[in-house]
Design a protein around this ligand. Structure first.
Ligand SMILES: [Zn+2]
Length: 510
């Protein structure tokens, strides 16, 4: 950011592709300077934001612009700014206000000192501990830069997350438990509820366990009242806590999107995002007219993206999911430029078996076969193919509903999930769903019986070639959940095939 002032007609111009918020900073900066008992130059001031070709967005440039003006009019020596980076929106009273995406900004600069608004200090300190400072107001900051006041103590590393964050920036830490992770189990129960609360639905409960353990995308098909949403929410609570690297990535995305940050500035919990089917494509995928914002699929990174009533989403929005599901990133192109956001999420879809929703109840469905077929076609084949698990649920019966909870609790199941995930990592895989087809023979070897069962499935037309690979990955996860890291047995394959039997209900082949 450069500031130039000269004689001539008084004026203030900002150049370098500013968006509306940046252009308006002129009025905020002027008011903040006057409120802080500085004068406003009656000269011609030009602010240049370099590089000129990149669009500048948001109010975070207020503070740098104000300091530039103060240097230009001689209130501050230019050397006072050496080695210090600033970010902050200015209030009309000269106070410093929140800026979205502070963690990414803090990571991008390596100053001797970094000055941020007080509310953004935890985020900055998480990646720049020992050199991040919060200033209450422009006036106090200027006094400090002039040397009239000592610098305050820098923010310490927050619960030692900062040093760890720097350490694992390029290498994943594996053994030790991240500070926010230790308490995740308790929060998971509060936020996502206990799996034991789901009555009946034995297959559904097993499906979310397998999905969480192997990172397998899951489609739940069932009439209203079959507990699809309950299961999807509880799946998020079964996920293992985020590693430091994952937590930093999630924090960057959530911070850039302007989501409220947890205390401590780092998002330690796997996210759960459930956009409504009326959500726009931009809110789902990301983008926007001005500053590029991450969409729901990026906000769900390292967590669960739950699409309830999946058949009701516009097919355009669902088609956009295919590329991120394949690559783990989403590329968004808009008039303002191109951006790439992480989008590595566990997809949980839920849908009714037919338009009237009663398809799971024989005799009461009022839909014609043509109407049912039309309903199914709304999900494209390529998207349906991404689901390793397709489970058909029936309505919970009254007996089940009023029976005492008999299923396993989230705590018990989550322990198995965590053990299974460790086995995946010992194979250098993030999760079993990501085992490439070329590595299946090595990482998911089959027993003779298991192979014979798969072969019978293919010969009977119940499995395609790609289906075989998917069954194998799921069977790997099922074996891992049993604590068995060895070859895959017949029972593992049989259960993996049963966990995609919903495809037959949907009549989408295998
Ligand atoms: Zn129906």
């Amino acid at each position: 950011m450069e500031v130039h002032d000269s004689g001539g007609l008084p004026g203030f111009t900002i150049v370098g592709l500013p968006d509306a918020a940046v252009r308006e900073s002129r009025d905020r900066v002027r008011a903040a300077l006057l409120s802080s008992t500085f004068s406003w130059p009656l000269r011609r001031v030009t602010v240049n934001l370099a590089p000129t070709a990149v669009r500048k967005a948001g109010a975070g440039l207020d503070l740098p612009i104000a300091l530039g003006v103060l240097v230009a009019v001689g209130e501050l020596p230019a050397t006072a700014l050496d080695g210090v980076a600033f970010v902050g929106e200015l209030g009309l009273d000269g106070s410093l206000r929140h800026v979205p995406g502070t963690i990414a900004l803090a990571e991008a600069v390596r100053p001797e000192r970094l000055v941020v608004p007080a509310c953004d200090l935890p985020e900055a300190a998480a990646v720049r501990p020992g050199c991040s400072f919060a200033m209450p107001s422009l006036r106090v900051l200027v006094e400090t830069l002039r040397g009239a006041q000592p610098w305050p103590r820098p923010a310490p590393e927050h619960r030692s997350a900062g040093a760890a964050a720097r350490r694992v920036r390029f290498e994943e830490a594996s053994s030790d438990v991240p500070p926010g992770a230790a308490t995740w189990r308790a929060r998971a129960l509060l936020r996502y509820g206990d799996l034991a609360d789901v009555k009946g639905q034995r297959v559904g409960r097993r499906a979310v366990e397998v999905a969480a353990a192997g990172g397998h995308h899951l489609l739940l098909v069932g009439p209203p009242g079959s507990g699809k949403s309950m299961l999807a929410v509880r799946l998020a609570g079964l996920l293992p806590p985020l590693s430091r690297l994952e937590a930093l990535e999630v924090t960057r995305i959530h911070s850039a999107a302007g989501l409220p940050m947890p205390e401590g500035g780092i998002v330690w919990d796997p996210p759960f995002r459930a956009p409504h089917h009326s959500a726009s494509a931009v809110s789902l995928v990301g983008g926007g007219a001005g500053a590029m914002r991450p969409g729901e699929i990026s906000l769900a990174t390292h967590g669960v993206l739950f699409l309830d009533e999946m058949g009701e989403f516009p097919s355009l929005a669902l088609d956009v999911l295919r590329q991120p599901l394949e690559e783990g990133v989403v590329r968004v192109s808009r008039a303002g430029g191109t951006a790439e956001f992480p989008a590595r999420f566990l997809l949980v879809g839920a849908m009714n078996p037919c338009p009237c929703g009663d398809g799971g109840v024989p005799g009461s469905c009022r839909c014609s076969p043509a109407a049912r077929a039309r309903y199914m076609r709304r999900l494209s084949g390529p998207l349906l193919d991404r689901f390793d698990l397709v489970v058909s649920l029936r309505r919970t019966t009254a007996d089940e509903l009023f029976a005492p909870a008999s299923g396993e609790t989230t705590v018990t199941v989550a322990e198995r999930v965590a053990e299974a995930r460790l086995l995946s990592r010992s194979r250098e895989m993030r999760c079993n769903a990501e085992i490439p087809a070329s590595s299946l023979a090595e990482l998911a070897p089959l027993s003779r019986d298991a192979e014979a069962l798969l072969e019978r499935g293919v010969r009977a037309g119940r499995l395609s070639g790609r289906g075989v690979d998917r069954v194998r990955r799921v069977a790997r996860t099922i074996a891992d959940l049993g604590g068995d890291g060895g070859p895959i047995g017949e029972t593992h394959v049989a259960e993996a095939m049963a966990l995609r039997a919903g495809r037959e209900v949907l009549d989408i082949g295998s």
